[in-house]
Write a protein that binds this ligand. Sequence first.
Ligand code: MG
Length: 279
Amino acid sequence: MRLFCYAIGVVLEFYTPNGEVPMFQKTTLFVLLSILIFAAVVSAQDWRSGIPWEKPAVITPAAKPGDPPSDAIILFNGKDMSEWNGNWKVENGEFLCVPGKGDVSTKRKFGSVQLHIEFATPAEVSGSSQGRGNSGVFFGPYELQVLDSYENETYYDGQCASIYKQTPPLVNVCRKPGEWQSYDVIFNRPELKIENNNVQVLRPGYITVFQNGVLVINRHEILGTTFWHQPPKYEAHEPTLPIRLQDHGNTIKFRNIWIREIPDTNVSPAPTREPYFAQ
Ligand code: MG
């Protein structure tokens, strides 16, 4: 502090034109300079939240966008159906729905996830509305619609990239029939409390979807099971369930399917101390 006062004094003397400055002006300048220096020191300090964050895991991104990072679970890489239950087939590195064979489901069960999946509706167009290129990606009982919605009118909350009968997509960004498209999905599972067949929703599910790189569903609050014949409502289910692909009678192709398990919520740990400025 003495050194600081001396420095201020030197500065004041140095900039005094005649070498003599009234005490009042000296004091005023001293106070002003002190405030400026104090403000500069405080503003340069590093604010910390006091929350004991864990160190984020280090993973390796894919060489090209759309491919799986190092911590992804590969659900289909063009080779076999080893991660799936069901009777679809693999041809030319593609996972094909075989109409009439029923849905396919992952052998593993998942809760909250990031999912990447690519699909193509039939190049040869037939049918209309819900009868054209229909499939679906189900997170438990909640369907993200797959449909050929390229110049194919249907009800909006049933078109491609809708959360079936709950919300339409923000935009229709479908490619032409037969062209490969992608979904990148963030699904946060609901938290349900089940007692005597009564379902209490402690936290609803949420879903965010990018189709072909474009945001189409922005953190939609899931209203319950996506029925076709009744309003949505939550039904009892386990916290983790298979991912399911729908057989709706059309030969849909899938490829490059991978998934990452993510935390259920963004809740941060309790601070271990009040926010502070690091020294
Ligand atoms: Mg469907």
